[in-house]
Design a protein around this ligand. Structure first.
Ligand code: ZN
Length: 194
């Protein structure tokens, strides 16, 4: 094969990878949107096996399940382990809309995942590249490939809008005279909360 042909094939290969990453990140994004509609922090994840089959997809459910560990990543690892009847997910890839936290990166190491692809960076709590680089920590017995995939701005925007709306709702509650009045009238009720 000539040099140009080889180069063309490589380009096609890269394009196919990009298209595949886009497809799975769109699924993860959909899960993030659904999580937001449930009033959960809008983060979604999709777990894909070595053959490119979706093992599980879900969004955050910490509030719904009263479970601080119910991050999207953890939920798809659990579901993926169950569906493949294996606690090791060797060769699998996780697509997630936000850079995973320390807990999730730890779980991905335990699961022996091959690759994690995230969209938006989390400069405050990200444990893949931002705060820690757990995937490449030589002290751990497993390493995994970490890469930033497509849709970083959309996934970040979804989170920013969610928190902005939450802040505005809180502000509106504390500022609006009618709300103050409503709260005062609520306080005046005989069955007020202590
Ligand atoms: Zn997490």
């Amino acid at each position: 094969m000539g040099h140009l042909q080889a180069k063309a094939q490589q380009t096609i290969g890269q394009e196919a990878v990009r298209a595949m990453e886009r497809k799975f990140m769109e699924l993860a994004y959909e899960e993030a949107v659904q999580a937001g509609l449930r009033q959960e922090v809008p983060i979604g994840a999709v777990l894909v096996d070595a053959d490119g089959l979706v093992l599980a997809q879900d969004g955050n459910r910490t509030i719904e399940l009263s479970d601080p560990s119910a991050h999207a990543e953890i939920l798809v690892l659990r579901a993926g382990g169950l569906s493949s009847q294996n606690y090791r997910l060797t060769g699998a890839t996780l697509f997630v809309t936000l850079e995973p936290c320390l807990m999730c990166m730890g779980a991905l190491i335990h699961a022996r995942l091959a690759h994690v692809v995230f969209a938006a960076l989390d400069p405050k709590a990200g444990a893949a590249v931002s705060r820690y680089q757990i995937g490449q920590d030589q002290r751990l017995n497993h390493s995994l490939i970490v890469s930033q995939g497509p849709m970083a701005s959309q996934c970040g925007e979804l989170l920013r809008n969610f928190f902005k709306a939450k802040r505005q709702a809180t502000l509106a509650c504390s500022n609006r005279p009618s709300e103050t009045k409503k709260r005062q009238s609520l306080l005046a009720l005989p069955f007020k909360e202590e």
